[in-house]
Design a protein around this ligand. Structure first.
Ligand code: ADP
Ligand code: MG
Length: 381
């Protein structure tokens, strides 16, 4: 019944879609790297340059629409992919300033593609890359990321923040919306500057909720492009790039560890048992991928009543410290559950900057100080 649906017909339909860079059709531009048809379901692979996912999203939709119109098409799905030079088989870049040891490319588990995973490649101009992870959502990774970033910056480091949560980005909200990212003359995305820090988040590029329909390969492509396709160091080298991860151990985490050499990862957990179980899963994944674990932070450690100052251990207390001891990883500190931490994050200014003399800022500053010391003298991780 669907016999007439040939690849040629699909390519002809795609001829109507214009590539913004060349002004010719996406077919002529060589951007269609694959078309396959199975039971009237069409899959199109659109090859894009690193760092252009935001712009090319419209083209991707046009490809879908052009093919959808053909008779005999039940469904069509166009996915964007971008190769890094390493993925194309080029030799990996020489070890740069990122200080993590080179690790062998993992053999399996890289998303859904058939291509082998790329070799981690340092980002030029970034000295250290530290990821903030947890097993569970809502434990305060993003809050911890932006406050630690601010604490590093307050102590003299040049800092970047990369929101690796493609489906549920929050860095743009917690650091505040600045000017929209632009492109540099080299076609790199220029990050937003907020509170003296460089920041990049899917939230700056696409309307909220837009990426929630993305599939694995697009998440992989987006993470790769936002790491290597962003002009992080235009105003000078960054001492550290803080990567705010989504919860769990999915595409974003794997792509991150396979795309750049991580200096290490910080695991955030609440003291609750369930959060700790998930934190252990995150721990296991980073051990498996040979990522140094810099330590654990207990967030929402104790509830401090904003009116009377009384401490209540809503989620228990000390669980993360015990887990850190059990796993023999450094315990970096406890952050209480306090209304001001949330309201300042919601207002777009981390509490470390909004109340720099306060008790909460001091906690974050202490953790950052401890980490900076460990990272400089090589005892961290
Ligand atoms: N220590 C804290 N005190 C008060 N509110 C917090 C604290 N940590 C996080 N929150 C709030 O909890 C919610 C979830 O935190 P978030 O950082 O977005 O978690 P995650 O990134 O792990 O999903 C946010 O509304 C945030 O403002
Ligand atoms: Mg988050």
């Amino acid at each position: 019944m669907f016999k007439k649906l040939s690849k040629k017909k699909i390519m002809d339909a795609l001829e109507t879609v214009i590539h913004p860079k060349t002004g010719t059709s996406v077919v002529t531009a060589g951007a269609i790297s694959d078309v396959s048809v199975k039971d009237a379901e069409v899959f199109v692979t659109l090859q894009i340059d690193q760092g252009t996912a935001g712009i090319m999203e419209g083209v991707r939709k046009k490809c879908d629409e052009a093919v959808e119109k053909l008779s005999g098409v039940k469904s069509v799905r166009t996915v964007m992919t971008a190769h890094s030079s390493a993925a194309n088989g080029a030799a990996p870049a020489p070890a740069g300033q990122n200080q993590a040891p080179k690790k062998p490319a993992p053999k399996k588990g890289f998303g859904h593609g058939k291509r082998p995973p790329p070799t981690p490649e340092p980002i030029k101009g970034i000295k250290r890359i530290i990821a903030v992870a947890s097993g569970k959502g809502g434990v305060g990774k993003s809050t911890t990321s932006i406050n630690l970033a601010a604490a590093f910056a307050a102590q003299g480091w040049k800092v970047g923040v990369f929101d690796c949560d493609i489906y549920g980005p929050s860095v743009q909200r917690m650091l505040g919306e600045g000017a929209k990212p632009e492109f540099t003359a080299e076609d790199m995305i220029r990050p937003v500057t907020r509170h003296g820090m460089k920041a990049m988040s899917m939230g700056y590029l696409v309307p909220e909720g837009r990426a929630t329909v993305w599939r694995g390969p697009m998440v992989i492509g987006a993470v790769q492009q936002l790491l290597h396709g962003v002009a992080w160091a235009e105003d000078g080298d960054l001492d550290v790039l803080i990567v705010d991860l989504p919860p769990g151990t999915g595409d974003a985490q794997l792509t991150l560890v396979q795309t750049v050499p991580l200096t290490g990862v910080i695991i955030v957990s609440t003291p609750q048992d369930i959060a700790l179980i998930d934190a252990r899963k995150a721990y296991d994944m980073f051990v498996k991928t040979e990522t140094p674990i810099l330590g654990m932070i207990e967030n929402m450690s104790t509830f401090i009543c904003p009116s009377c100052g009384e401490h209540t251990d809503i989620f228990g207390h000390g669980g993360a410290k015990e887990t850190a001891a059990e796993k023999d990883i450094p315990f970096l500190g406890e952050i209480p559950l306090h209304l001001d931490i949330r309201t300042h994050a919601d207002d777009g200014t981390p509490i470390v900057l909004a109340e720099p003399e306060g008790e909460h800022a001091k906690r974050y500053l202490d953790i950052a100080h401890k980490m900076m010391k460990g990272l400089m003298d090589g005892t961290a991780g």
